[in-house]
Design a protein. Sequence first.
Length: 236
Amino acid sequence: MVIPLGAGPAQEGSVPDVVKDVHCKYWWCLAAMFLSLAVTEIVAADVFAVLFHTIMAGIVYYMVKDQCKNMSMYCLLIVGMLCTFQAFIELIALISSVGGRRTQKTVVKQGSDNVTTYTTEVTTHPFFDESQGVQYNVQSALMIASPLVMIFAVACAYYSYNAHSSSLFEEPEDSESGPMYGRGMYGGGGGMYGGGYGGAANGGAGRSAGQPLGRSSAPPPAQPVLFQGAGQRLGG
């Protein structure tokens, strides 16, 4: 199954004016939010989040620079889907941690007679706990801020995508498409099966309308009928 994607990426000058004049401001705010999250994630010691938010800030900057020249519908669709997926995952993590964040610690003790004891301690702390230090509370704050920024990004992508007059998933209009036996095959003069040329008005035995060009008016030869005739016995 092939999904029709219409025309190619939006060229320069095809971005709607409302995106350039109004939506552009929100996209710049979104780029600043992603960059702020990346800097704050350094305090939270989350390397993956730092890389992800830095990449997202770069993508948004690439789309918005030069009056949204690179903000094609493909970019809007990809950014919207990516942020939707990320927001879904982060919201699940936030909901599961609102009642308290759990930390797990495993202690290994080597006893006598080659006996090893593993002890796992599970400790639950409030979502914000001053006794856990700055890093813990910054992580909790980012668990709230990050999905909110993702939802804001999805909203920006949604409204900017719908500002375009067309869609990536609509059927392209083909002016040459039509019935297989439309004009030009069984149509008027000049077609494959056109009207009479050199008809009675010219004093000749012209072809009648609808008669194939280059063919005689004689009926086609009869087709042979299979599996008929007298039977024969082999070997006498």
